[in-house]
Each structure stands twice: as C-alpha cells, then as structure tokens.
Design a protein around this ligand. Structure first.
Ligand SMILES: Cc1cc2nc3c(=O)[nH]c(=O)nc-3n(C[C@H](O)[C@H](O)[C@H](O)COP(=O)(O)OP(=O)(O)OC[C@H]3O[C@@H](n4cnc5c(N)ncnc54)[C@H](O)[C@@H]3O)c2cc1C
Length: 391
C-alpha cells in the first residue's frame, strides 16, 4: 500500500531548507550576477559555499558522497522546498543538468571514473553538461536519429558531430557525450574544456536561471581514451533511461516549489489590491483562478509523492514519471499563467519573481520529452496492453 509517512529527517531537512531559501537564497534573486544567459559561476560558488555551511549541499546523495542518502520521497520534500527560489536548486547543487548527471554517474560509472569525475561534481567544483540533442536532422525527441559518431582508433575513440541546446556546456568541467557506435550508442566522459570541443554559440533562450545557458557545440575529432567510456559500449540509450526517469521527477519536484512561490505572490497581491470596491480575491473570477492553482498544486504534489514512492519500491517508474512529467509541467504552466493574470500589469514586469517563473517554466513542457511524446508512449502502452489482453 502506498505510504506517504513523513520521516523525522525529512521534516527537519524541510524546515532547514525553507529557512535557507528564505533567509539566504531569496535575497540573491536581484543580484546583478544573474546575467542574460544565467547566473555566473562566481554567484553559484558563493551560494554553494553557504549551502555547504548549512549542511544542505547535494543533501540527497548517498552518505559516501557527502549527502544524507535520502529516499525519493524525502528528496521530493526537500527539492520542493528548494525550488521555492529559482536559485535554490543551483545553490544546493541539486539543479539540472548536474543532479541527473550525478545520479547517472553514481549508478553507472566505474570507481575510477567516480573518483575522477563525480567527486568534482558533488562538491560543486565542476559543473557538468549532457551532450545528447543535435541540430538539423539529428537526435531530438527521437534519439534514434543520433548523428554524432564515435570511431575506435586503437585504445581511443574519436568523436565527431554537432550538438545543441546543451545546458551549462559553457563553463562546465565535465561533459557526457552520447555518440553513435555502429547500430547503437555509447556515452563518453570528457574533461572540459577540451581542445576538440568548442562552444559555437550560446543560444538566446526564454529562460535565464541555468548557469552557462544552452549552447551549440562543435565536436571535432575529440579523442577520448577507452577508459572514459561510461559503462559499456552500446549501452548509451539504456543509461539515458537510468538518468531520465528520476531526473524527470526531480524537475517536477523543483518546479513545484516555483509554482508555489508564484501562487503565494498572487494570493498576497489579491488579498491586498482593491478593484471596484473590494479586494481582488473577493471577485469570483480571481478567487476561482487561485482556487484552481491550489488544486493543481495539491494534485501534482500527490502525483510526485506517489511516483517517488514507486521509485522507492525499487521500480524503474518509467510510466509513472512520464505521466507525472506531463501533468506537472502543464499544471505548473497554468498556475504561472494564472498568477501573471491575477497580478495584472505587474505580472509581466520583473518586479516580482512571477515573470521569471512563467518564462523559465515554458521549456519544461519540451525538455526531458515533450508532452506529445509522453502522451504518444502512454497511448502505445495502452494499445499493447489492450491487444495482449485480447489474445
Ligand atoms: C531549456 C532546454 C534545455 C535543454 N537541455 C538539454 C541538454 O542539456 N542536453 C541535451 O542533450 N538536450 C537538451 N535539450 C533538448 C531537449 O531534450 C529537446 O529539445 C527535446 O528532446 C525535444 O527535441 P527537439 O527539440 O529536437 O524537438 P523535435 O524532436 O524536433 O520535436 C518537435 C515537436 O514535435 C512534436 N513531436 C515529436 N515527436 C512526436 C511524437 N512522437 N508524437 C507527437 N508529437 C511529436 C512535439 O510537439 C515536439 O515538441 C534542452 C531543451 C531545452 C528547451
């Protein structure tokens, strides 16, 4: 039976995270070091030092990596609290793409690779980037369209291709590259900067809270020693799934906090601002929008906790995380949109965090699988189940 019992550790960590975000992180939200393409590394390092002092740096990781070894359920509580500021995930080193990359290395990398790459990521010494998506006719929703190749040359592999939308590649210290090796794909670990890897251009995107932004990358004869293959040759797509199911859910957790923040700002405004002789919230049109927000927050919270519980049972949780990703990304966007509306003209200004949350949230319906691709795979599962029942 599904069990949502809260642990003492979870309650304590939640309180500590709430206080850290409120007292330490939120005052940084107007820091000029949040630039057009995201926060600078100077700001990231400063905030991560404060998280470390508060015992909140990468708290979910296993104890051997300096964390508390949280269950997925406990993680959900802490990540939701961290997401209350758009800088919270970065400050606590639990933001994308590093969190998903650390998870995958922890599960798949060899002890030597963990020592060399993961150890720098868990402390925040190095940021990481995951090189999967390609421009033009390359890999996107359909990973089978992967064009970047890796060819064996003695004890090395040589990688050639182009990638784009690679979050955090500018300034990253660790890269994980997905490349075609024959019929299948393999992932390679590289130290960055690398002489064969160039940032062609940092894209001008709608969001600005991920350090390094999102870049177009040229991979030109990148020579990688065979001992930097992540896991086994030909298992690249399998490992991407190891990364994706929990990573999708952690996005849902962090974004829940941001949606809650936008909602709290809208409620406070509606309880203060007057129009036509009464408070905004007393106008049914506004009150109903806020009521819908409240219901969206409650249902997404339950869905996250249920999916986390499924993962805690040792299941892969693919179907559950896929559904949670669609429901949460669409619900949060509705919430942010309603909050902009409730704030009126103020909603489109940068005078509150609502505008930034609205902008950054939009991409969540696209990365880690667009909603349509998840719906398509849910429909395929339905068809398979129905047809196998009939036989
Ligand atoms: C902010 C952001 C950060 C990102 N960070 C990274 C990163 O760090 N590393 C990385 O490798 N990639 C990253 N990506 C890329 C992301 O993973 C891809 O954008 C995503 O997989 C979709 O691929 P695509 O953009 O090529 O869309 P396409 O594959 O061109 O699809 C376009 C649209 O077609 C529709 N569609 C596609 N397939 C189907 C289907 N089967 N049924 C119905 N409709 C369909 C969907 O509406 C989809 O949105 C990032 C993207 C964004 C926006």
């Amino acid at each position: 039976m599904t069990d949502f019992t809260r642990t003492e550790r979870e309650i304590e960590l939640e309180a500590r995270t709430v206080a850290f975000i409120r007292d330490v992180v939120i005052p940084y939200e107007t820091d000029p070091r949040i630039e057009h393409h995201g926060p600078t590394d100077e700001l990231r390092v400063e905030l991560q030092a404060k998280a470390k002092a508060a015992g909140l740096l990468a708290p979910h990781l296993p104890k051997e990596w300096g964390g508390y070894g949280l269950t997925h359920r406990e993680q959900a509580t802490v990540f939701r609290a961290a997401g209350y500021s758009m800088l919270g995930g970065m400050a606590m080193n639990i933001a994308a793409p590093d969190e998903g990359n650390m998870h995958m290395l922890e599960k798949v990398a060899s002890p030597e690779q963990k020592h060399r790459f993961l150890s720098r990521m868990v402390t925040g010494e190095a940021r990481s980037a995951f090189f999967m998506t390609e421009p033009d006719d390359g890999s996107g929703s359909d990973p089978g369209m992967l064009k970047t190749t890796a060819t064996r040359d003695g004890n090395h592999w040589v990688i050639n291709g182009r990638k784009w939308l690679i979050t955090g590649a500018l300034g990253a210290g660790v890269g994980i590259i997905m490349a075609r090796t024959g019929e299948t794909a393999t992932q390679f670990l590289v130290e960055l900067p690398h002489e064969g890897i160039a940032v062609e251009r940092v894209l001008d995107t709608i969001d600005r809270t991920m350090p390094g932004g999102h870049s177009v990358m040229a991979l030109d004869n990148v020579r990688v020693p065979a001992d930097q293959i992540l896991g086994e040759v030909g298992k690249g797509f399998d490992y991407a799934q190891v990364r994706l199911a929990p990573a999708r859910l952690t996005h849902c957790m962090r974004w829940w906090g941001a949606a809650r923040r936008a909602h709290d700002i809208a409620v406070a405004y509606a309880c203060k601002r007057m129009a036509f002789g009464k408070l905004l919230i007393d106008h049914e049109g506004v009150g109903f929008m806020l009521a819908d927000n409240e219901m969206d927050l409650q249902t997404t919270k339950l869905l996250i906790d249920h999916t986390a519980w499924v993962l805690d049972q040792g299941e892969r949780g693919g179907p559950e995380s896929s559904q949670a990703k669609v429901v949460c990304s669409e619900a949060y966007f509705r919430i942010a949109d309603r909050c902009v509306q409730v704030l009126g003209g103020m909603g489109v200004t940068a005078d509150t965090q609502v505008q930034q949350i609205f902008r950054d949230l939009r991409a969540f319906r696209i990365y880690d699988g667009p909603s349509e691709v998840h719906r398509w795979s849910i429909a395929k599962r339905l068809k398979r189940a129905h047809l196998s029942d009939k036989h």
